[in-house]
Ligand binder design. Structure first.
Ligand SMILES: [Cu+2]
Length: 137
């Protein structure tokens, strides 16, 4: 009887040990695993509740900007980027009416400005070869 109880006791200890080792093991696994939740996907928009940015991605079609017309809202931050289809001097982007001029070397580069007047304006490459229309409403 006593021997059987001892056997039971040691069995319980073994199960306990396995459980503890398993917990430690999974803790180490979770610690060393790259934390995926801390790195948001690149496509995610970073819009704050205070002021939502108007994100615009422009492509190139027929050696010119596409879309040809961009519509934005007055007084709200505009963020423009050029995707990988845009090449050459078209990557040098200007909106003269808003004093915007920047070479967007990569698709990750952005131009940010807040339109402070309504109307129809021109955007163009710095050499004025590619052009388009910016409508501020
Ligand atoms: Cu050009």
């Amino acid at each position: 009887m006593e021997q059987q109880q001892d056997k039971k006791k040691s069995h319980a200890w073994l199960i306990f040990l396995v459980l503890v080792l398993g917990m430690i093991g999974s803790l180490i696994y979770m610690e060393t695993r790259p934390n995926q939740s801390s790195t948001p996907p690149i496509s995610q928009t970073t819009a704050s509740s205070a002021q939502e940015a108007q994100n615009i991605v422009i492509s190139e079609k027929n050696f010119n900007y596409y879309p040809q017309t961009i519509r934005v809202k007055e007084g709200q931050l505009v963020r423009i980027s050029l995707d990988s289809s845009v090449g050459g001097c078209l990557r040098s982007f200007t909106i003269p009416a808003f004093g915007v001029q920047k070479n967007l070397a990569t698709p990750q580069d952005v131009i940010e400005f807040t339109p402070d007047k309504k109307g129809t304006f021109k955007f163009a490459c710095s050499m004025n070869m590619g052009t388009g229309t910016l409508i501020v409403e």
